[in-house]
Design a protein around this ligand. Structure first.
Ligand SMILES: *Cc1c(COP(=O)(O)O)cnc(C)c1O
Length: 305
């Protein structure tokens, strides 16, 4: 079932939002993990899912949801981290994942760094574990292509039903989603992505990890107007969040708000030209992280009563 596209207006321009946030495994993580979602139940019997990454990662939560759905144990490796009990009225991604049965394993810095570097789980496997699936941070693997190809095909089919040419944009973390969207997208569709986690160079390096071919169609990169460290607080992101809420669709503060701010800034400064083109945004999910991020904003800049 293709996800729907909803029309919204933002800063006077009409934008269609591809509602990938409506999946149970939120957003692009459903697409990236689709190769596992589609496996037969027998694949999961006596199996284990393993992954690693940040303690509030959206991918972590999506894998926990998948593991819960498939009734397979999930171990998640991180650096040593102080997890403060959260007495507040909201749940973090970490709390939600724990409730779904995720087993958290903090590693020593050296062990963790080598796992990140090699993507090799052999050194961290519990004794006797023989059947397991290791998912690299953020679900960034070539296996992700199948689900993302499906996303491109849905957009291609939709684009044929409208009279204008399409300009598509989406945020990038590992860039896996943007990379495979580009590969399967109709060539008449322009594709922009915004690096939200690292620099343009980091993004290009992630792409090289997925494929060495240099003849592939790649997304065009739009750099944010300010370097914002991933997860840090920047007032324009909060302003964009509230502006976007007026569309009646909620977007995430870390990726989406930076992507919209960057894309519309590029239009306003004539860096890109979207006249006579239909803008489409791929909603990559991630709103489960908003309560804790909003709490951080509100402690730094208390909202006016
Ligand atoms: C994971 C995530 C991304 C980044 O996806 P990549 O395929 O790693 O580039 C973007 N937006 C949201 C909301 C995410 O959760």
């Amino acid at each position: 079932m293709p996800t729907r596209l909803d029309k919204v207006v933002f800063r006077g321009l009409e934008v269609f939002v591809k509602r990938d946030d409506m999946f149970y495994l939120s957003g692009n993580k459903f697409r990236k993990l689709y190769w596992l979602v589609a496996k037969e139940p027998s694949f999961f019997s006596n199996n284990h899912l393993l992954s690693y990454g940040g303690i509030q990662s959206n991918a972590m939560l999506a894998i926990a949801q998948l593991a819960n759905m498939k009734k397979v144990p999930f171990k998640y490796f991180t650096k040593q981290i102080d997890i403060k009990d959260n007495p507040k009225a909201f749940k973090t991604n970490y709390m939600l994942a724990k409730e779904l049965g995720m087993h958290h394993v903090p590693l020593k810095d050296q062990e963790y760094n080598s796992l990140v570097e090699t993507q090799d789980f052999h050194h961290v496997l519990p004794k006797g574990m023989t059947k397991w699936v290791g998912i690299p941070q953020g679900g960034a693997t070539t296996d992700a292509e199948a689900g993302i190809q499906q996303l491109s095909q849905e957009i291609n089919t939709w684009a044929q039903t409208i009279s204008q040419e399409v300009t598509l944009f989406l945020p990038s973390g590992t860039g896996t989603t943007a990379f495979y969207v580009a590969r399967h997208l109709d060539p008449s569709i322009q594709l922009y992505t915004i690096p939200c986690v690292g620099s343009q160079l980091y993004l290009q390096e992630q792409w090289k990890r997925l494929d060495t071919l240099s003849t592939l169609p790649l997304p065009q990169i739009l750099n944010p107007r300010k370097k914002v460290a991933f997860g840090s607080l920047w007032k324009p992101l909060l302003q964009t969040y509230h502006e976007l809420l007026a569309t009646n669709i909620e977007f995430d503060l870390l990726y989406a708000c930076l992507a919209w701010d960057t894309f519309f800034h590029a239009i306003e400064n004539s860096q890109i030209d979207v006249s006579n083109r239909q803008i489409v945004y791929i909603h990559c999910g991630g709103v489960s992280g908003n309560p804790s991020q909003l709490d951080r904003y509100h402690r730094k800049w208390p909202p006016h009563p």
